[in-house]
Design a protein around this ligand. Structure first.
Ligand SMILES: [Zn+2]
Length: 464
C-alpha cells in the first residue's frame, strides 16, 4: 500500500477530454496485489478494511511511470554533442561515429547498463527504444531490461544505404532483414510469450527512409505481414527537419519521388506514390517527430492508428521547428512524448512535457495554446502507453492494470520543494489542484524521483 498525493488520468479519454479525466487524491492510497496489479485506488480515509494491516510506504506524490516513445539507446553518450549544423550534419559528425562504437561487446554492455541507469533515474518505466545496428548491443539491452524490471520495446536500427560516415552501420538488404527476423524470434515477448503482457518486445526499425531503399522497404513490409499478428512493432522517423527546403524531408521526396514522406512507410514508395509493397503503419506503429506533415499524412496516421512520438526538446536542439499542436490533435492522431536522446538532451519525460508547453504556447496566432496540466500528464503517461498499444496494461491506475508508478519526494530537490510548498495557489480548489500538478511536472528533476516501480516491484539499477 502506498500513501501519497496521487495524480493520474483515469479511463481511456480522447485527447480533447483529458482534463475531465484528471484524478487528484491529495491524501491518496494505492493498493497493489500480489501479481503487481492495482487492486484499489482512492482517498486514504476510504481504504477498505482488507488493507488495514498492509504495510504502508509513504511519499509526497505518486504518479504513473513515464513512457518515452522515442529514445536512441546507441546515442546514450551523445547528448549535448555539438554537431555544427542541423539533422543531417549532426548525424554525420556526431551520431554515426558514436553508434559505431556499439559493435564492441564490452562497450555495448557498459552502454546498456548506463542506458538502463539513465532510464531508472528519469522514471521511464516503458520506452520505445531505437536500437543499435549490432545484435550484441541489442542482446545487452534486452538482458539488462529483464534483469532491471523495466519495459522495453526495441529493434535494431536498420540502414542499407547511407553516407560513408555511416559505413559501419550499413548491411546488405538480405542481411538486414535476416537480422531483424532473428531479433524478433529471439526476443519478442520472450518473457511471457504474450505481447499483451510482455515487458520485452521487438519492432522493425529503419532509421528513416533515407537509410533504406525501395527494396528494403518492400522486404520489411513482407516481413511485417508475417509477424504483425504476433504484436511486433514498427518504428521510425517522419517529417523531422526541412531547413531551407534542402533538409531531410526534401531529400526523402527527392529520393523516392513520392507525394509524401509517410507514403514511403505506407507501402506507396514507388515513383508518384504507387504501391510497391505492404504498409508498415498500424496500432503498433509509432513515428517520431511529424513536425511538418501534410493534412493527408495526419489523416492516414489517424486512420491506421499510427501514433506520433512528439519530441520538442530534440526539435529545439536541431532547429527542426514546432509540430503544430492544435492541427495535429484535431486530425485525431495519438500523440505521446519522446526524449529523442541524443538529439534531445534531457532524459526526463516531464521536462519534454515542459518543452511542449513552452513551444506550443509560442506558436503563432490562433495556433498557440497553453496546454492543460492534465494534457501534459496524459502525454507523458497514458498517451505513451496508447502509442505502444499497451493501454490495457499500464499508463494510469485503473483497477486491474499493472502498478507502474513513481514515488516523488519534493525535499530531494530544493527548488521543487520551494515551488510546491511556498508557491501561490488559486482559492478555487480545482484550479489550485491543476496548478499544483503543473508545478510538479514542470519543476520535477531526477533527484526528486525516490522510487520507480513496474508491476508493483521496485526496479533495480545495475552497477555501471
Ligand atoms: Zn530520433
Amino acid at each position: 500500500m502506498y500513501r501519497a498525493h496521487i495524480f493520474h488520468i483515469a479511463g481511456s479519454p480522447a485527447q480533447e477530454t483529458v482534463a475531465a479525466h484528471l484524478v487528484s487524491l491529495p491524501d491518496g492510497a494505492l493498493a497493489v496485489d500480489a501479481d503487481g496489479r492495482v487492486a484499489w485506488v482512492g482517498p486514504f480515509d476510504a481504504l477498505p478494511a482488507d488493507y488495514a494491516d498492509a504495510p504502508v510506504t509513504r511519499a509526497d506524490y505518486l504518479i504513473p511511470g513515464f513512457v518515452d516513445g522515442h529514445v536512441h539507446y546507441p546515442q546514450s553518450y551523445a547528448t549535448a554533442a555539438h554537431g555544427g549544423g542541423q539533422l543531417l550534419e549532426w548525424l554525420d559528425h556526431c551520431i554515426f561515429p558514436t553508434e559505431g562504437q556499439f559493435a564492441d561487446p564490452d562497450f555495448a554492455h557498459q552502454a546498456a547498463r548506463y542506458f538502463i541507469r539513465r532510464r531508472i533515474a528519469a522514471g521511464t518505466t516503458s520506452a520505445m527504444v531505437f536500437g543499435s545496428a549490432f545484435p550484441v548491443a541489442q542482446d545487452a539491452l534486452y538482458e539488462g531490461t529483464l534483469r532491471s524490471g523495466l519495459r522495453t520495446v526495441s529493434g535494431r536500427g536498420v540502414q542499407t544505404v547511407g553516407p560513408s560516415a555511416a559505413a559501419a552501420l550499413i548491411t546488405g538488404e538480405r542481411e538486414a532483414i535476416d537480422l531483424v527476423a532473428d531479433e524478433i524470434d529471439r526476443w519478442h515477448a520472450v518473457d511471457t510469450g504474450d505481447p499483451r503482457t510482455a515487458r520485452v518486445q521487438v519492432g522493425i526499425v529503419p532509421r528513416f527512409s533515407l537509410s533504406v531503399t525501395r527494396r528494403t522497404l518492400a522486404a520489411m513490409g513482407e516481413l511485417y505481414d508475417g509477424v504483425r499478428d504476433r504484436g511486433v512493432y514498427f518504428h521510425s522517423h517522419l517529417n523531422e527537419n526541412n531547413r531551407k527546403g534542402d533538409g531531410e524531408i526534401a531529400a526523402v521526396l527527392g529520393a523516392y519521388g513520392t507525394e509524401s514522406y509517410l507514403d514511403t512507410y505506407d507501402g506507396r514508395f514507388e515513383e508518384g506514390s504507387r504501391v510497391g509493397g505492404s504498409s508498415l503503419l498500424g496500432r503498433r506503429s509509432t513515428l517520431a517527430h511529424a513536425v511538418h506533415c501534410q493534412p493527408s499524412e495526419l489523416e492516414r496516421m489517424a486512420e491506421t492508428g499510427t501514433s506520433i512520438a512528439h519530441c520538442p526538446t530534440s526539435q529545439l536542439f536541431l532547429g527542426s521547428g514546432t509540430m503544430p499542436w492544435r492541427r495535429t490533435v484535431a486530425a485525431g492522431v495519438n500523440i505521446g512524448l519522446g526524449t529523442d536522446i541524443g538529439a534531445g538532451d534531457e532524459w526526463l519525460i516531464s521536462r519534454v512535457a515542459g518543452d511542449a508547453y513552452k513551444v506550443h504556447i509560442s506558436e503563432d496566432g490562433d495556433a498557440g495554446t497553453a496546454l492543460h496540466p492534465a494534457e501534459l500528464l496524459f502525454a507523458a503517461t497514458l498517451a505513451g502507453a496508447r502509442a505502444l498499444d499497451m493501454e490495457h496494461a499500464y499508463g494510469n491506475f485503473d483497477v486491474g492494470k499493472d502498478a507502474d508508478f513513481l514515488l516523488i519526494e519534493k525535499e530531494r530537490w530544493e527548488p521543487l520543494h520551494g515551488m510546491l510548498t511556498m508557491g501561490i495557489r488559486s482559492d478555487d480548489e480545482e484550479q489550485a489542484t491543476e496548478e499544483e500538478l503543473f508545478t510538479l511536472l514542470m519543476g520535477l528533476r531526477q533527484p526528486a524521483i525516490a522510487g520507480v516501480y513496474v508491476q508493483g516491484r521496485q526496479v533495480v539499477a545495475p552497477e555501471l
